[in-house]
Design a protein around this ligand. Sequence first.
Ligand SMILES: [Zn+2]
Length: 244
Amino acid sequence: MSAILKSVGPARYAELVAKAVRILTSLDLMDMNGHVSARDADDPERMYINSRKASRSTLRLSDIVPVDIASGERVGPGDEVPSEYHIHREIMHRRPDVGGIVHSHPDFIVTLSIAGHQLLPVTGVGSFLPEDVPVFDDASLINPRERGEAVAALLGNGPAVVLRGHGVVIVGATVEEALARYVCAEENARIQYRASVIGTPRVLRGAEREYVCAQTWTPSIVEKHWNYHEMTARRHGAFDSMDA
Ligand SMILES: [Zn+2]
C-alpha cells in the first residue's frame, strides 16, 4: 500500500507490524504492553504479532513472532507471544475479512469506559464507529483463550470493542486500516470527552453517519493516513535501528 514499504512475503508483515507499533508509541497512543497483528495474505492461517517482552518503542523486525492461527503455536523464530495474543488469534479465526488488529490502552477511550460513557461516533474520522460499540465489561487481562473467544464474540462483525477499564481492540482489512481506525477512534473519544464537558455531544446517527463514513473512509484515505504517520514517524527517527 505504501510506496515506502518495499519488503515482500513474511518480511513485509514483520515490517508492517514493527512500523505500526513504533508509530503508535511515537504518538503516545501505545504503551509498553500494546500489540499489533497482521494476517499473511498469502497464507491466511498465519499471523504476525510483536513479541511479549520486546520494548515497543524500539521494536525490531526480529521481535515479530509468526503464529499459526489454527493451533496458536509459534511457527518460526522469535520470542514468546504476548499474554493477550488470544484477542488476535480468536478474532483472526472468526473474521477472515480481518487482516490487521491493534490492541492497547488509550487514555480517552478508557476514561469514557470507566465513567460509563458509550464511545460514540461524533466526528468525521470517528464515523466508522457504530453507535453501539460493544463493551467487554471486565477489566482483567484477556488471558486465557476463553476470554479471547468472548471478546471476539462480542466484537462480532464490527470494527471495535471497548474493554472497560482496560483498553480497546480495533480491527481492519489491513494493518494500515486498523492503525488509522485506532488513531481516529482515540481522537474521536478525546473530542467526545471535551464536548461532554461543555455540553451534550451531537452524535452522527443513521444515514448521516453512513454518508460521512463513506466519504471519510475510502481506501485512498486509509493510504493517506498510513503514509502521513509513516513519513512523520520516519522524520522523527522513530524507525531507527529497526533492522538490527
Ligand atoms: Zn491489554
